[in-house]
Write a protein that binds this ligand. Sequence first.
Ligand SMILES: Cc1cc2nc3c(=O)[nH]c(=O)nc-3n(C[C@H](O)[C@H](O)[C@H](O)COP(=O)(O)OP(=O)(O)OC[C@H]3O[C@@H](n4cnc5c(N)ncnc54)[C@H](O)[C@@H]3O)c2cc1C
Length: 491
Amino acid sequence: MPGDAPFDLAELHERAVGRHIVVVGAGIGGLVAALEVAKLGIRVTVLDAAERPGGAIRSAEVAGLALDLGAESFATRGGHVERILGELELSGEVVDPGTGAGGAWISGLPGVGAAPIPTGGVLGIPGNPFADDVRRVIGWRGAWRAYLDRIRPVLTIGHTRSLGDLVAGRMGRRVLDRLVAPVTTGVYSSSPAHIDPDLAAPGLNAAITRAGSLQGAVLALAAERRSAPGGAVRGIRGGMGRLVDALVAAIEGRGGEVRTAAPTIGLERTDDGSWRVLLAGDDVDPIDADGVIVATEEGAARGLLAEHADALDADPPAPGPVVTVVTLVVACPALDAKPRGTGVLTVPGSHRAKALTHSTAKWGWVAEQADPGVHALRVSFGSADEGPATDGMSDAEAAGLALDEASAMLGVSLSRERLRGHRVERFAQSQPAATIGQAEATRAARAAVRGVPRVGVVGAWLSGTGLAQVVPDAVSEADRVRREVLFDPEH
Ligand SMILES: Cc1cc2nc3c(=O)[nH]c(=O)nc-3n(C[C@H](O)[C@H](O)[C@H](O)COP(=O)(O)OP(=O)(O)OC[C@H]3O[C@@H](n4cnc5c(N)ncnc54)[C@H](O)[C@@H]3O)c2cc1C
């Protein structure tokens, strides 16, 4: 089926007999790619360095509650994740966040403390700086400074490359520090200075030229988003780990294998043009394959592929942010009132934690499991600019710090006696795709990999952060590699 020519399924299955593809990395990208490959009857082996599959998706019990410890939701944009959930017969388990708690809050506001995140903005940038909820955060002074954006001329030549420069220049430091920085730090683990507005808010720069101001552009973009389907996030009852379990079961059901605690340390090209996948450990046999899909974080992917595609070695990226999430289960009836809605983002520098999710306020399926007055909280630490404050701490110490931070962010007293259970998880992430320069770097990486026969590469570092981005990209890259494996005339 070279190109898009129609193909005969029976012929494809015949060609697939005896073919084998190895997928390195069992995060969502690797598992989705593996299932796609297995659907045509190609044998697939997925290898992951960790003790369990799922990568940044991790679900487990803490103090008797089933909880998400990593990714907790997916964006409905494009319908890609829901399509996979449908295939895996999990559609009936998809849930919306609760509406009773309101939205999230921002904490660490000078002179204010905490306030709800204003509605109707884009990346925290307000459409109307004089709206009550915006003024509560930035004050009159901030609102008047932001208003200057409306009367200043717009530079229509070229785009501003840094979200930080764009917002500070047009609307001032208060909007930048109090509204935008908490959002980019919470979403991208990165300061606005490093974020490319063209990637984080596609259409914003063009809308500025059309509308004549940043505020006008935000109003136009926010209206477009409200009318576009799929602006929401959804979750899975019982945790996102159920998606991982179902993917593993589907791969195994098609004769594939998912091996954990199996770090890949090298990829070798054999004389007949096949691939040999080298695993860590003296007595661990290498695995031969017709094709390979690398589905790890950026650093590991470049390390494995650089030998075969020089361009991947040329400009090694800065290491991505490390994030630690401390999940706490606490007995605290004062939290029944959901004092900070679904959670809290922080003004950088104001707290040692960067964000908190009040899981029992956000998700009905989490609240249903908890005894009265018992709550689940997720406190996250670390960003691109700063390692997690929990680094070097024992889990018990990290839980203690998370309790103190949660007390400050939620405005309640969470003493050690209130703690029913805790869990500390560390995540090494790739540079967010919205980081300045990252798009060029990943475009070059993709092009370099395309030049290596029967090798593909997937994952958030290429597609962008989040399941809604990783999943469709993994499907199309798996399709490209399986075509090559089935139709490569030289193989
Ligand atoms: C705390 C947190 C919360 C998040 N929340 C959300 C959310 O709510 N919604 C959302 O859409 N997104 C969320 N994200 C982002 C989302 O989880 C990721 O974008 C996505 O899961 C990345 O998938 P991936 O397959 O690219 O990589 P990963 O999940 O990182 O998987 C890569 C895998 O490769 C393995 N690996 C690495 N090196 C090797 C090697 N040498 N050999 C073998 N295996 C190797 C790793 O062990 C890992 O399992 C969150 C991320 C984090 C960290």
